[in-house]
Design a protein around this ligand. Structure first.
Ligand SMILES: [Zn+2]
Length: 115
C-alpha cells in the first residue's frame, strides 16, 4: 500500500500521488525510519518542495536517510506575507550522519558550479 509521506494517508495501489498534498506516494512511511535514527538535524533549508526533493535524492544516493520537514501550513499561504515564506522547509538527516550529509551536499553544489 502506498502512503503519503506528508499527511501519512494510506492509498490504494493504483494511486501514485496524494490529492491533498500533491506529492508522490511512497511504499513505506518515513516514520518507521524516523523512529530508528533518534535525533534528526536540519542540514539545509530549502525554498520550495522541488529543491527539497532534489536534495533528498542527492542524499539518498549517498545512502543517507532524509526527512523533509515542511514549514507550510496548508491553506495558510495567503495569510503568510512575511520573510519566512522564502523558506519552504528543512532537509533533516540523522544527527550522527550530519557531517556526511554536509559533505554530500557540498559535493553536489560544487558539481553545479562546474556547469
Ligand atoms: Zn498527503
Amino acid at each position: 500500500m502506498p502512503f503519503c509521506p506528508q499527511c501519512n494517508a494510506e492509498y490504494k495501489p493504483e494511486v501514485s500521488t496524494c490529492p491533498d498534498c500533491q506529492v508522490d506516494l511512497v511504499a513505506q512511511l518515513p516514520e518507521t525510519e524516523f523512529m530508528e535514527y533518534g535525533d534528526w538535524a536540519p542540514v539545509e533549508s530549502v525554498p520550495n518542495e522541488l529543491a527539497g526533493n532534489i536534495l533528498q535524492s542527492v542524499l539518498q544516493e549517498d545512502g543517507i536517510p532524509v526527512y523533509l520537514r515542511c514549514h507550510d501550513v496548508p491553506n495558510y499561504g495567503a495569510v503568510k506575507g512575511n520573510a519566512s515564506q522564502s523558506e519552504w522547509g528543512d532537509v533533516l538527516v540523522p544527527a550522527n550522519l550530519l557531517p556526511q550529509a554536509r559533505e554530500s551536499l557540498k559535493a553536489y553544489f560544487d558539481s553545479l558550479k562546474d556547469e
